[in-house]
Write a protein that binds this ligand. Structure first.
Ligand code: GTP
Ligand code: ZN
Length: 350
């Protein structure tokens, strides 16, 4: 099998690429304004073309780890040039506080998100629900991983609770210490699939990733390359081909991603708006036509930028939306998600 197929290239991507003189490649590491990409035959450093940079309006328009891109390769020295990104099938993003237009993609085109919760301190069904919602929103298929089974006496019971909250999403019980469930975890990864391992700090993500990567971790993850001065340097890769099959994305951004747990932190970024709203005449002021509205006054006076207020409103809507989504039953009535779950079940039980 060729490298591109192992990396996840398939007919769908080929179709998105169309007929083209350009070379398809996957982003395996992201640096500041520079990327490491893998084509079928080589690894290159790459940058976006001037035209690309010009047309990009938001941060989301730029490539991220996991993206499939079409590039022109250099004939001699020099960088490959990224001409376009193929439309993403999924994306995990991080929003800068108070800055909704600058969504930063931390990883793209993830097929399976292993949502890790440990069976000791971390076990919390509400958190699990938030993780599931975040995974669905991203476009990836979730698989729940209950880790550190060796530290828990009633893991079957906990697994049942988790399964009823997760409605149809596979729930695995694992232990990196005694190897429980690791084969089953592996069996969810098919050829060409891209997986990510997510969850709070300390739940055992690294241990699971190490188990998936096996003893070759140093070989696969940290490769020695000749730099321009002919010296060996060790470089880190964020998209790693698994030794058996599949690909794993493990970026610092992905690890830091606290999913929806950062809501209050985001709202924090709008303290100025919230402080103003406290001065409205009516406590339930919608800041539309009510008399004595401090927000409208501040906008009029130029103390509050219209745009900033819009961002705030947009965030409030999003938070309300997430709130509604947190009701799993309501959530599951949504057709799209039903479809995903039944697909997932079909592929899992077939
Ligand atoms: N008992 C037990 N401990 C585990 C298991 N897996 C990991 N640990 C321990 O839990 C701690 C955290 O494990 P990591 O794999 O580093 O967790 P992580 O989720 O990658 O943590 P961050 O890097 O902070 O995100 C370490 O002390 C591990 O040795 C397990 O299956 N059983
Ligand atoms: Zn008001």
């Amino acid at each position: 099998m060729n490298t591109l197929t192992k990396l996840g290239w398939n007919n769908d991507w080929q179709e998105k690429a169309g007929s083209s003189d350009l070379t398809p490649a996957r982003i395996i590491t992201e640096y500041k304004n520079l990327y490491k990409i893998q084509t079928d035959t080589s690894i290159y450093l790459a940058e976006v073309t001037g035209k690309f940079r010009h047309q990009a309006t938001v941060r989301e328009d730029f490539p991220a780890v996991g993206d499939w891109v079409m590039v022109s390769t250099p004939s001699g020295e020099g960088h490959a040039m990224i001409q376009r990104i193929l439309e993403r099938t999924s994306k995990f993003s991080r929003k800068a506080a108070g800055d909704l237009t600058n969504e930063q993609i931390v990883a793209a085109n993830i097929d399976i998100a292993f949502l890790v919760m440990s069976l000791n301190h971390d076990f919390n069904l509400r958190r699990l629900e938030r993780y599931l919602i975040a995974a669905w929103e991203s476009g990836a298929n979730p698989v729940v991983v209950l880790s550190k089974a060796d530290l828990c006496d009633n893991s079957d019971e906990k697994a049942e609770e988790a399964a009823s909250a997760a409605m149809g999403v596979p729930v695995l019980v694992t232990s990196a210490y005694n190897g429980t469930g690791l084969d089953e975890l592996n069996s969810h990864i098919d050829e060409g699939m891209t997986v990510a391992v997510m969850g709070s700090s300390g739940v055992g993500k690294s241990s699971i990733i190490n188990a998936l990567i096996g003893e070759n971790k140093m070989l696969v993850n940290d490769i020695r390359e000749d730099d321009s001065k002919g010296k060996h340097t060790t470089t880190h890769r964020e998209l790693i081909m698994l030794p058996d099959k599949g690909v794993i994305i493990d970026t610092p951004g992905m690890r830091e991603l606290q999913l929806w747990e950062s809501d209050s932190r985001i709202t924090h970024g709008f303290q100025d708006v919230e402080a103003l709203a406290e001065h409205c005449q009516f406590r339930d002021c919608q800041h539309e036509t009510e008399p004595g509205c401090a927000i409208r006054q501040a906008i009029e006076d130029g103390e509050l930028e219209q745009e900033r207020y819009h961002s705030y409103v947009k965030l409030q809507k999003e938070l309300a939306y997430i709130e509604r989504k947190t009701d799993m039953r309501e959530q599951l009535l949504e057709k799209k998600k039903w479809k995903k779950i039944s697909q997932l079940q079909k592929s899992h039980y077939k």
